[in-house]
Design a protein around this ligand. Structure first.
Ligand SMILES: Nc1ncnc2c1ncn2[C@@H]1O[C@H](COP(=O)(O)OS(=O)(=O)O)[C@@H](OP(=O)(O)O)[C@H]1O
Ligand SMILES: [Mg+2]
Ligand SMILES: [Mg+2]
Ligand SMILES: [Mg+2]
Length: 408
């Protein structure tokens, strides 16, 4: 029988590969050499198939994240319609409501049931609820009643939280310090709490990071329209509703693209791929920014827009609904330039949106052009500002950002 040693097997494989490469290059006459090289490289280096191989598909993570976010929005939607939202002011003077606490408990319960080894960086903690039992019991009533209408989906999430004490313990399990090692979820149970309170946009945000790299991102936006291309103007002010035709669930897995689907209340609706809009002339771009002038510099952003020749007024919108809106082509740019030099952006305010925009064909960097670094703990301490744009125009936008900031 003919046998080969390991070394001679490798040299033979190499020789055959080179031969195939040479023959392919010589035999194809219809396209340019660089094009032929890139086609061949794709055959020999199937980069996409590496990240989508069965062991790296993150299919279960995406499904659990989508269902968990969907279930949490059942609770936030209820609170959205209530007059008394149990609002407290946190140490940094920012608001938190019974909706934020309840959504965090429900999502963490699902993660712990499905991925017990994973860590979680969640925005909220239960300390004040342990002292304020009246508020805690209000949240418990909401949490007990938040169930998906589809029993199988509810089962997949691991079922309900058994007791009020377990609910508090789930909220506190979002206390990971974060970092660049292992599997860590970043959770913002209600992003844009101020928007939520004033009847604007808000989002329930969940992302999985592996070794500091965002692999899965999900945004539940109850007040955004299902239609990906619907104009933003009608959806940016106050007095938003989650009435029929509203509510979208956006998701992405690294290397697999981004999708949208109706948010719904039970089994997940059909998903469709989303893409950023191609911007042929930057002057016609629509740019999104925060509502709160304290969260991003409206004046810097307006100068950057001017520098780019943009004349349309900005679309002011709370929460990561901004990332979601540009990812689905309803808007084009998202600018978030710092107001306070000492403020460090929180990873839960950006992780899901960053991946969804990049998977939809965009680029997300800070104001210096660096990728957002999610492996540095609970905050983005290596970054200042956010510049998100379609890949084709990001460099041009960044140049304008640098020019405006440089001249200050
Ligand atoms: N000073 C400062 N600078 C930048 N960002 C800050 C600042 N203070 C708070 N935050 C965070 O802003 C999150 C909401 O961001 P938005 O873009 O939705 O702001 S806005 O509501 O549209 O004004 C908000 O997220 P939530 O707390 O989840 O609502 C905060 O984490
Ligand atoms: Mg907050
Ligand atoms: Mg937030
Ligand atoms: Mg929040």
């Amino acid at each position: 029988m003919f046998t080969l040693s390991k070394n001679s097997y490798l040299s033979t494989t190499l020789l055959v590969s080179l031969l195939v490469l040479a023959i392919s290059l010589l035999s194809t006459t219809s396209s340019s050499l660089p094009h032929r090289l890139s086609l061949l490289a794709r055959q020999f280096l199937p980069i996409r198939s590496i990240s989508t191989s069965p062991t790296m598909s993150y299919a279960k993570e995406l499904r659990v994240a989508e269902l968990a976010v969907q279930r949490a929005t059942l609770l936030t939607k209820r609170v959205f319609h209530e007059k008394a939202k149990g609002t407290l002011s946190k140490d940094d003077a920012s608001p938190v409501t019974i909706g934020d606490f309840g959504a965090q408990a429900l999502i963490i319960q699902a993660i712990r049931k499905n991925f017990p080894q994973d860590e979680i960086v969640g925005e909220e903690e239960a300390a004040t609820l342990r002292e304020n039992r009246e508020l805690s019991s209000k949240i418990w009533t909401l949490v007990k009643e938040a169930r998906l209408s589809d029993a199988t989906a509810e089962e997949e999430l691991g079922g309900p939280i058994p007791s009020e004490e377990d609910m508090l313990s789930a909220i506190d399990a979002g206390n990971s310090a974060g970092g660049a090692k292992g599997r860590i979820w970043a959770l913002d149970p209600i992003d844009g709490t101020k928007g939520f309170l004033r009847g604007g946009q808000y989002a329930v945000c969940l992302a999985l990071m592996v070794d500091g790299d965002v692999k899965v991102g999900v945004l539940g936006c109850p007040n955004l329209p299902v239609d990906d291309s619907a104009s933003l103007d009608a959806h940016s002010g106050e007095n938003q509703t989650d009435a029929e035709g509203k509510g979208v669930l956006l998701g992405a897995v690294q290397g697999q693209g981004a999708t949208s689907r109706p948010l719904g209340i039970g089994a997940l609706g059909k998903s469709q791929p989303i893409h950023m809009k191609e911007v042929s002339s930057i002057a016609d771009a629509t740019f999104c920014e925060s509502v709160e002038a304290a969260h991003s510099s409206h004046s810097d952003q307006s100068q950057i827009a001017q520098e780019l020749g943009i004349t349309k007024p900005s679309v002011r919108m709370d929460s990561q609904a901004k990332y979601g809106s540009i990812a689905r082509g309803a808007g084009d740019l998202y600018l978030r330039l710092p107001v306070r030099k000492d403020y460090q952006e929180k990873i839960w305010d950006h992780a899901a949106g960053d991946l969804i925009v990049r998977e939809a064909g965009g680029e997300v960097t800070d104001a210096q052009g660096k990728r957002l670094d999610f492996g540095k703990g609970r905050t983005l301490r290596n970054n200042k500002g956010v510049v998100a744009a379609p890949r084709g125009v990001h460099a041009q936008v960044l140049e304008a950002v640098k020019s405006v900031l440089g001249s200050k």
